[in-house]
Design a protein around this ligand. Structure first.
Ligand code: IMP
Ligand code: MG
Length: 172
């Protein structure tokens, strides 16, 4: 495994993003909405750097299984979603790859009539998008490699790594 993004770099970028969100959403009723399971570590660090009163919510999306590129059916579970009507939602996901997940999540969330929805991802695999949206905020753009750590998994493993690593098929 090769470390792509080390812990201090992640900390710095996440702190910066938190400051940016705090500035841009001041005077709004904000819910930071984390996407399970990949965003949990990013979410936990990010909210602690948003120096603005806000709520935290969760929604679940699942699609991928393993490093294969054939995506499984995307399933969204919004049973954990708190009331977001009239609130500004910042949707937090681990990675924007094809964008299919984020795009579907935004549609789901919009149906609950928030004031506005913005999206923030830790990683953005640029050039792979299959949808016409982009993340509003991101911490890092990365090349098209399979990555794990800081919440991201391969077969539900490696989420606990405090850094981002590229996983070669041989390592898996
Ligand atoms: P998208 O719908 O193609 O944008 O994929 C988004 C989801 O696929 C993410 O929330 C991840 O769960 C998963 N995913 C995409 N690329 C990777 C990766 O390199 N490592 C781990 N998970 C990934
Ligand atoms: Mg995931």
């Amino acid at each position: 495994m090769e470390t792509l993004i080390a812990e201090p770099e992640i900390r710095q970028a996440v702190t910066l993003l938190g400051k940016q969100i705090a500035t841009e959403f001041r005077d709004e009723d904000v819910t930071v909405l984390g996407v399970l399971t990949g965003s949990i570590i990013f979410l936990a660090d990010l909210v602690r750097s948003i120096d603005l009163r806000h709520r935290i919510g969760l929604i679940q999306a699942s699609s991928y299984r393993g490093a294969t590129t054939s995506p499984l059916e995307l399933r969204i579970n919004d049973s954990l979603l708190p009331n977001i009507r009239g609130r500004s939602v910042v949707l937090i996901d681990d990675i924007f790859d094809t964008g299919a997940t984020l795009s579907a999540l935004i549609s789901t969330v919009q149906a609950y009539e928030p004031r506005r929805v913005r999206s923030a991802v830790l990683l953005w695999k640029v050039g792979k998008s299959k949808v016409d949206i982009q993340p509003d905020y991101y911490c890092f753009q990365i090349p098209d490699r399979f990555v794990v750590g800081y919440g991201l998994d391969y077969n539900d493993d490696y989420r606990h790594l405090p850094y981002i690593a590229a996983l070669d098929p041989d390592d898996a």
